[in-house]
Write a new protein. Sequence first.
Length: 356
Amino acid sequence: MTQLLDVRKMNILRAIIDDYILTAAPVGSRTLSKRDDIELSPATIRNEMSDLTELGFLEQPHTSAGRVPSEKAYRLYVSNIMDRARITDEEAEYIRRHLEQRVSEVGDVIKETARMLSGITKYTSVVQSPHMRNARLKHISLIPVTDGSALAVVVTNSGSTSSTMLSVPMGIGPQDLEKISKLMNERIAGYKLTDVHKTLLPLLREEIGEQADSVAEMLENIDSDLSKQSVEVVGASKMLDYPEYSDVSKARSFLTEVERGEMLKEVLADDQGVEMTVRIGAENDNPELKDCSVVTVSYKVGGEQVGSMGVIGPTRMDYGRVVAVLRCMSESLGKVLSQMLGASDDGEDNKNDPVK
């Protein structure tokens, strides 16, 4: 795509996009001729803008002599033109300090991350909670409910609590559940579920015999529950601050989808395993995001990707700024959660292996 444009056209296109991001107003040749980094006459600029329009990089609103960038232009801008912006040291320190103040509960850290992300970028933010498969178990309670079922209450070292209903095999009564709970807390507490499956369960089998299979099934159900991820959304109404969403029906449709939540879960789920994505306008699968840009980034705990976060805004988003903020937030969130969950940045656990 860049082979279609010479240096002059690229500079003009960059200037138009930068100006349009700031003003949301169509950009004319006279405005560009006043820029120090262009130094071309209005007539020359008009000719170049005409070429850029024919190539599909610019569009002309019916009511204006100026031009606005197309989605094709934004894609070129993000991939090849925009400056790699950096946030200031003060902003980076602000992010780090405020996240570290929320170390009592994983949920609090996620909420604060979403709040800061929306506040700094001025767009809608969405942050996915981490899957907790790597959380260390602090306490497990198996509470009989009816014959054949029990409530498992799991407390992790981060303070997170999870509860799930389990099916209990025939022959295991309340006293057996109490014994299993006690044994699990003596042997399993302090380790990750992955450690339990690989190393501790065979040892438990020697102590509780056939009931070890029931314990394994319970642990798998608990593991599945801890893997569930919620999504925190902040600043959905900020979209109303942008002229692109001055249309009431369009704004209502967007806010309804955000409130429903499924759209945002799908956005983050689609980006699992990808470090960063930038989807512009029609590149988004969901119809309600066809006029938006969505930038997402993953974050890691102990070297493993455990969740994602993102920003939703108009297609004239300040992409360089958003990318820089997301990278900083991702790194800071990963470090804070690694400390909370007892995982080091290189992927090694801070706790020794349970069995040597």
